[in-house]
Write a protein that binds this ligand. Structure first.
Ligand code: SAM
Ligand code: SF4
Length: 346
């Protein structure tokens, strides 16, 4: 269902993979297709978020060109995120066009992270585009609490989205941000619920990204604490499964399901980092926890051919830093990084 013309590959590019200065192969690109969202999660955005002017956004065709240039350079996995990716107009056109890389075998996986609000509408089409798995973010199963956390979200709609995704044959993983005093009493039951439906669950520690209305130190709940509490109820068996990212996995013996812990404030995953992140304006962030970014919009707009773009990508990867410097504590009341998670995607 590709709506864009596939560009002919230049043979000089083919087969040349992206290696950073620390010999890490870059095989995973996360792409934020919009900074907009139909929710206003308290840890992610302030209620009166100012969004980017539409003219600054990459068009769907430009997004396709950049993703394809990365695939051409050895990227095997694309994750579409945001903001809320499914609120971007005509987003299925992008999924449709990118699916050609699955057909050729150049890409192993095309996936997305979503709040689920529009999933009921899109699940079947996503499956038709070759999407096999989706990450859905749900922090609570209590409708009032869900409204309090997301400010604008409707839990019933998200649950309908989950049903639609599973009925369409998509494998679902739930992402839950662990929030002190907000959903910490629910985490055990969320594990039972997710695993009962055949879904993996990943817990995320709050990250200091972007100004929000409250103070993040008030929301911060160390996952070490959560894990200790879960271990009192469940038998947790460490798994080797790694994604190159900050997640560590355990098998919950009682449920048979998999549980992940994402602790981005620790450094112990940077050595295996295989990913970079593209914003909806074409900024390429080589590390979620650093300010440095390379502009890919200028080269993509400067010429019809992908030569300048390809050169900009190679130069950017040569600047990928060894690790990040997140800090969250009382002395650092301001976010460690000014940009929001909705800019670089989760
Ligand atoms: N809107 C989609 C969603 O919520 O799944 C995709 C984008 S969202 C930025 C991706 C993930 O980042 C979500 O699971 C969300 O809970 C998480 N997230 C957002 N802000 C965060 C923060 N400051 N710290 C930790 N996780 C955050
Ligand atoms: Fe929107 Fe996702 Fe941020 Fe919530 S976490 S406000 S759903 S982008």
């Amino acid at each position: 269902m590709g709506a864009f013309q596939a560009r002919p590959e230049t043979s000089s590019m083919t087969g040349r993979s992206l290696l950073d200065p620390f010999a890490r192969a870059i095989t995973y690109l996360r792409v934020s297709v919009t900074d907009r969202c139909d929710f206003r999660c308290v840890y992610c955005m302030s209620e009166d978020m100012a969004f980017l002017p539409k003219r600054d956004l990459l068009t769907l065709e430009e997004l396709d060109r950049i993703c394809s240039a990365f695939v051409d350079r050895g990227v095997r996995k694309l994750r579409i995120t945001g903001g809320e990716p499914l609120v971007r107009r005509d987003i299925m056109t992008l999924f449709g066009s990118l699916s050609r890389h699955l057909d050729t075998g150049a890409l192993d996986e095309l996936t997305l992270t979503t709040n689920g609000s529009q999933l009921a509408r899109h699940a079947k089409d996503l499956a038709a585009c070759g999407v096999k798995r989706v990450n859905v973010s749900i922090d609570t199963l209590d409708a009032d609490r869900f409204r309090a956390i997301t400010r604008w979200g409707d839990l019933a709609k998200v649950l309908q989205g989950l049903d639609a995704a599973q009925n369409a044959g998509l494998k679902v993983k739930i992402n839950t941000v662990a929030l002190k005093g907000v959903n910490e009493d629910e985490i055990e039951s969320l594990v039972g619920w997710a695993h009962g439906r055949g879904m993996d669950l990943t817990l995320i520690e709050v990250m200091p990204l972007g100004e929000i209305d409250g103070q993040r130190i008030d929301q911060f709940l160390p996952l070490s604490q959560v894990r200790a509490r879960l271990a009192a109820r469940y038998d947790l068996e460490d798994l080797d499964h790694r994604t190159g990212g900050p997640a560590r996995y355990v098998r919950v013996k009682e449920t048979g399901g998999r549980l992940g812990f994402i602790t981005p404030l620790t450094h112990n995953f940077c050595e295996s980092c295989n990913r970079v992140r593209l914003t909806c304006t074409g900024q390429l962030f080589m590390c979620l926890g650093q300010e440095d970014a390379a502009d890919l919009r200028a080269p993509v707009r400067a010429s019809e051919s992908n030569e300048l773009l390809d050169r900009a990508i190679v130069e950017a990867i040569a600047r990928k830093p060894k690790g990040h410097d997140f800090i969250i504590d009382r002395r650092h009341a301001r976010p460690a990084l000014a940009r929001h998670m909705s800019v670089t995607g989760g």
